[in-house]
Design a protein around this ligand. Structure first.
Ligand code: HEM
Ligand code: HEM
Length: 193
């Protein structure tokens, strides 16, 4: 639900209880997310066919990953690594509960989403760095750099597919359009933690 009311200092806007929303994703994080999605998908479809474009979006991914690391220290509340650390520790029990159909409700990423964030950052980091190394002189043609690049890229794409399936399933289970929230930055606040 897009809220037209003016939010208070905590980012919460008060209208009727049914449409109270809270600011979750700050603008830089939202721009970062969609720029990363476009760059990674472009990188996936361009090797060999459009090498220059592949390299440009690959280096863009490196820049975006560096930004996300910085944003983990100075971004909005739900972008911070402090919150991310706490939710990561909750991931094993969260996944067990999920199998019994208990989802819990979180304003920022839930523990499974947090696990996915870390897995995506790692696989994309390895993919982009080995990609960049594979075109620099000392590593040019080194088989294990090329193999690592191919494997990490495959892992990243599998994770992206799981990520999108997870987002759609969770949106249906919790009756909250998470994709719209990643565009507007706001979520409804019903029974959240
Ligand atoms: C290559 C493609 C993509 C990558 C690498 C990616 C990566 C990520 C990452 C890292 C986060 C965590 C945000 C944070 O840093 O705190 C995230 C969140 C999210 N992504 Fe993606 N994403 C991709 C594509 C998509 C697509 C296509 C959609 C929509 C269909 C989507 C929807 C979302 C949503 C809704 C969230 C927030 C989840 C929540 O509220 O629990 N993503 N994504
Ligand atoms: C996250 C970012 C990236 C993704 C997802 C990605 C993905 C891929 C994929 C799927 C392949 C085909 C692998 C195979 O089956 O052999 C590939 C090949 C390649 N990538 Fe990347 N890549 C990324 C970043 C980069 C970067 C930063 C560079 C260099 C600047 C780079 C340079 C290459 C090169 C030289 C190849 C060999 C194939 C060719 O284009 O002729 N990649 N990449």
């Amino acid at each position: 639900m897009i809220d037209k009311a003016v939010p208070d200092a905590r980012g919460v806007s008060e209208r009727t209880p049914a449409d109270r929303t809270v600011a979750v994703w700050d603008l830089p994080l939202r721009l970062w997310h969609w720029a990363l999605a476009v760059s990674v998908l472009t990188a996936w479809f361009t090797p060999t066919v459009h090498d220059n474009l592949h390299r440009i979006v690959g280096y863009t991914v490196i820049g975006l990953l560096v930004f996300r690391l910085l944003w983990g220290f100075c971004g909005g509340r739900y972008s911070r690594f402090r919150v991310i650390g706490v939710r990561l520790r909750a991931a094993p029990s969260y996944l067990l509960n999920l199998r019994r159909g208990i989802t819990g409700r979180y304003i920022g990423l839930n523990p499974a989403g947090t696990l996915m964030l870390v897995a995506l950052l790692l696989s994309l980091g390895i993919s982009a760095i080995t990609g960049a190394l594979s075109v620099t002189v000392p590593f040019f043609g080194v088989w294990w750099i090329e193999d690592t690049h191919a494997i990490a890229s495959d892992v990243a794409i599998v994770l992206v597919v799981l990520h999108v399936v997870g987002v759609v399933l969770m949106s249906m289970l919790q009756r909250e359009n998470l994709i719209r929230a990643m565009i507007t930055g706001r979520k409804r606040i019903r029974h959240c933690s």
